[in-house]
Structure formats: structure tokens, C-alpha cells
Design a protein around this ligand. Structure first.
Ligand code: AMP
Length: 312
């Protein structure tokens, strides 16, 4: 198994300008693992309640996702509800019910503890830290994500977590909130000082910006005619990004740049439908074609000759 992910496995109730869904399968670990499963082997660590639908377990399995680390316990599955009615790029949370996650203490199998790539998807930061501590040796690459709730109520453990990862993925609003810096490059510079060597700032319909000690890179979002449900875009981005890097083993600058475009490719599919509907039913051709569209979207010819721009 190449990538281990810990994060939420949830039933979401969402409202967007395109409609409403009740109790649809979601959660940060769900979006991440389905997205990454198109590229590499993924193992999931998490917990669900006895109310978790059998068809949802089968869906993970049909994507080759190893769910031996997904505990089914007495109680209710994590639930989140929210809307995107005011701003399609920003979720407004109505309610978060941790339910079975409130008592969850992950313990990794030997196989999971040896995974070379680890993604600590959005969940309570002390759980993310615990999974990192349970790894038998330091993975080749550790990335994490988080959200405003944990900045508000669990900042010390979140800061500790960020100091221990290689890559942090974070929304622009959360980057500003965590650092108190309005200007994104300044927020990224502050975050880089706290530990990670790369910070990916997710900007919804404006794409994602990569900041590192050595280079910066901007990946656009695909110009879709319609966004149906933005839930899971960030986790699907991370799944494509990490999935590509784990599949190729390429952690070089070029690998990270290409990974960011693969991430944007997967995020663009995630938002085209409610929940996981689109990213769970993609063909290889769908992904290849959209990736090529990104190559075209970002292509331009450097200027020939030694003079560069026609400046006067
Ligand atoms: P995003 O990629 O940021 O849109 O993540 C969306 C997913 O995050 C939803 O499917 C929710 O179930 C999940 N989520 C919302 N709030 C939390 C939370 N406090 N902890 C963990 N997961 C959450």
C-alpha cells in the first residue's frame, strides 16, 4: 500500500445554488481516497457508526481502497451540514456532529504503519498527530489539511502538527486566519517558517498556489460552466496531488508542479456533481482528457531570441 489516509468519513447534508442533498457520503478521507485511488493503492484509517451503509463500504472496495483500518463501531457516523449559498467558494457550516469520532483512538496495523506516503486529512488535529506517531518509520512524504474549526478550538495541537509535516494544504481564508496575514504570499511565508517545506493554498475557482523555499507555482482551476457542489474539492485536489506523487515517486520540483495540475484535474471533477458521484465514476479516458485540457490551459510559448519582451 502506497498512501495511508486518516480523516473524516461522513454523511453530509449540503445546499448549493444547484440544489440540496441529505446524508450523502462524504468526509475528507472519502474524497481523498477515491481521488487518489485512480493513481495508486490507498489505505484508509477512520471510524463509522453502525448506521453506515453497506453500499458505501462496497464503493470504497470497488475502487481498490483498503478499508481494513475503517472501524465500524456502535453509534452514529460523523455528520456535517453546510451551504455554499452566499459564496460558492466558501462553506458555511450549520452543524458538525463528531459522533463516533469523539471517542476514536486510531491504532495502525503493521502494513499501514509502514506506508511510504501519509495524508492527514481534515479531522481533529490530535487524531492526525496520533496517526503520525503510530507510523513505524517516518514516511517519505507527510502532508496534512485542516479547517477553520480546528484553528478556532485546537490551535496548539494544530500548530504542533503543522511543524511535523512536509506539505500543508490549506484554504486561503484559513491561511489568513492562522497567520493573521491578509496578503497570501506573506501568509504562505509565515506558514513555511513553522515547518512544512511546501504550502499549498487552495483558492476555489481561482485554483491553487504552491509556495516552497525554492519555487512558487500557480495551478489554475478548470473553467467549468457550472459548479454543482464544491464539497470535497480540496480533498480531491490532495488525492490527485498525492496520488500522482506516490504513483511516480517523484517528489522533485517538477513532480510537485505536475502533481498540482493532477490535483486541479481531480478537483474539477469533484465539483461537477453532488458528493462523490462524479469522481467515483471516472474512466481513465476522462482523466487523461481533462489533464490534457489543463496542459492546453497553461501552455504558452516563451519568447524567442535574446531580447525577450518587445520593450521600448
Ligand atoms: P473540503 O474538501 O474542504 O470541501 O471537505 C469537505 C468534507 O469535509 C465534507 O465531506 C465534510 O464531511 C468534511 N468535514 C466538515 N467539517 C469537518 C470537520 N470538522 N472535521 C473533519 N471533516 C470535516
Amino acid at each position: 500500500m502506497k498512501i495511508l489516509v486518516v480523516g473524516s468519513v461522513a454523511y453530509d447534508s449540503v445546499e448549493t445554488p444547484e440544489g440540496k442533498r441529505e446524508s450523502q457520503l462524504g468526509g475528507s478521507a472519502s474524497y481523498f481516497s477515491v481521488s487518489a485511488s485512480h493513481f495508486t493503492e490507498v489505505g484508509m484509517v477512520g471510524v463509522v457508526g453502525k448506521d453506515f451503509r453497506d453500499e458505501d463500504l462496497r464503493m470504497y472496495e470497488s475502487h481498490g481502497i483498503d478499508i481494513s483500518g475503517l472501524n465500524v463501531v456502535d453509534g452514529r457516523t460523523f455528520r456535517w451540514s453546510g451551504d455554499y449559498l452566499q459564496d460558492i467558494n466558501t462553506a458555511v457550516t450549520h452543524e458538525t456532529q463528531l459522533n463516533v469520532f469523539a471517542e476514536f483512538a486510531p491504532s495502525l496495523s503493521e502494513k499501514h504503519a509502514a506506508a511510504p506516503f501519509l495524508f492527514l486529512a481534515n479531522i481533529e488535529p490530535s487524531l492526525q498527530l496520533r496517526v503520525l506517531e503510530e507510523m513505524s518509520s517516518r514516511p517519505k512524504l507527510v502532508a496534512c489539511d485542516t479547517m477553520n474549526l480546528w484553528i478556532d478550538i485546537a490551535r496548539p495541537s494544530l500548530a504542533e502538527l503543522i511543524s511535523k509535516v512536509d506539505i500543508l494544504t490549506i484554504n486561503e481564508g484559513e491561511a489568513r486566519q492562522f497567520t493573521d496575514e491578509e496578503h497570501l504570499p506573506s501568509a504562505a511565508a509565515e506558514l513555511l517558517k513553522t515547518g512544512p517545506s511546501t504550502v499549498v493554498i487552495k483558492r476555489g475557482e481561482y485554483g491553487a498556489a504552491l509556495f516552497s523555499d525554492k519555487f512558487n507555482f500557480a495551478a489554475p482551476a478548470y473553467p467549468l460552466a457550472k459548479v454543482v457542489d464544491p464539497t470535497g474539492a480540496g480533498d480531491s485536489f490532495a488525492g490527485g496531488f498525492m496520488g500522482y506523487i506516490a504513483a511516480t515517486g517523484d517528489t522533485s520540483e517538477e513532480g510537485l508542479r505536475r502533481g498540482a495540475i493532477v490535483g486541479s484535474t481531480m478537483a474539477s471533477f469533484a465539483v461537477e456533481s453532488f458528493g462523490l458521484e462524479r469522481i467515483r465514476s471516472l474512466s481513465r479516458e476522462d482523466i487523461e482528457e481533462r489533464f490534457k485540457a489543463f496542459v492546453e490551459l497553461t501552455r504558452f510559448q516563451p519568447i524567442d531570441g535574446s531580447n525577450g519582451l518587445p520593450l521600448r
